[in-house]
Design a protein around this ligand. Structure first.
Ligand SMILES: C[S@@+](CC[C@H](N)C(=O)[O-])C[C@H]1O[C@@H](n2cnc3c(N)ncnc32)[C@H](O)[C@@H]1O
Length: 211
């Protein structure tokens, strides 16, 4: 059983308190990035840390879509939004409550995995990536969005001695408890260790890469 700390969204008002109209731009830009990176069709897709299923409409080209999250109350909102599906060519939707450190899927199940705004809650990102690599089919695709510590603001603040941590360092930085920013090369090395290579990379509000 996983002993690592978990950023628990159980009972949180993530949908209504975080995704206010002021964040429409972020939502929009993420959708542009995801459309550019995710293969539009496939058999099976899972979003790890899917929350309330915000991005479900971008997964319409898949036969089966699994929303997986640790927080049951997030998944209940996803169920209310997407239901069972399977009508008129829409995907079949499935909901799985699980921990990303111990994915309950058979090896090689998924054609595509998305991890959006979620890895930043992992104290042990390499362990999460190892789990995902087991669940992906051999030619499968991971779309990974992560908070990038190597950004202009962090570089400026560091060079002006207004920030102690280095944006050049490849280790993640915990900027708030259980919230981490990653260095793209550090994460790239973690992915390489799981047997992936970067296929495409686009900047978004945070950074998205396809492995
Ligand atoms: C910032 S939300 C992102 C939700 C969704 N991906 C989106 O972009 O709207 C992070 C999600 O990660 C989930 N999460 C955090 N730790 C997790 C873990 N150990 N296993 C599975 N999900 C986890 C939370 O419950 C939450 O729903």
């Amino acid at each position: 059983m996983n002993k690592r700390p978990i950023c628990d969204y159980e009972g949180s008002r993530y949908r209504t308190e975080f995704w206010t109209a002021a964040r429409d731009y972020e939502d929009h830009v993420e959708r542009v990035a995801l459309r550019a990176l995710l293969p539009p069709t496939g058999r099976t897709l899972v979003e790890i840390g899917a929350g309330f299923g915000r991005l479900g409409d971008l997964y319409q080209g898949y036969e089966t879509v699994v929303f997986m999250d640790y927080a049951r109350t997030q998944l209940e909102q996803a169920v209310a939004r997407w239901g069972e599906g399977g009508i008129g060519g829409e995907p079949h939707y499935r909901y799985v409550q699980a921990d990303f450190y111990a994915l309950p899927f058979v090896a090689g199940l998924f054609d595509a995995v998305t991890l959006i705004r979620t890895l930043h809650h992992a104290t042990d990102a390499p362990a999460v990536l190892r789990e995902i690599s087991e669940s992906l089919a051999p030619q499968g695709v991971l779309v990974l969005e992560f908070a990038n510590k190597h950004n202009l603001k962090a570089l400026g603040r560091y060079l002006l001695h207004r920030q102690a941590w280095s944006p050049f360092d490849h280790e993640p930085v915990e900027f708030v408890e259980l919230n981490f920013d990653f260095h793209p090369n550090g994460l790239g090395n973690n992915c390489a260790a799981s047997g992936w290579s970067v296929k495409r990379c686009v900047p978004s509000p945070i950074s998205a890469q396809v492995f």
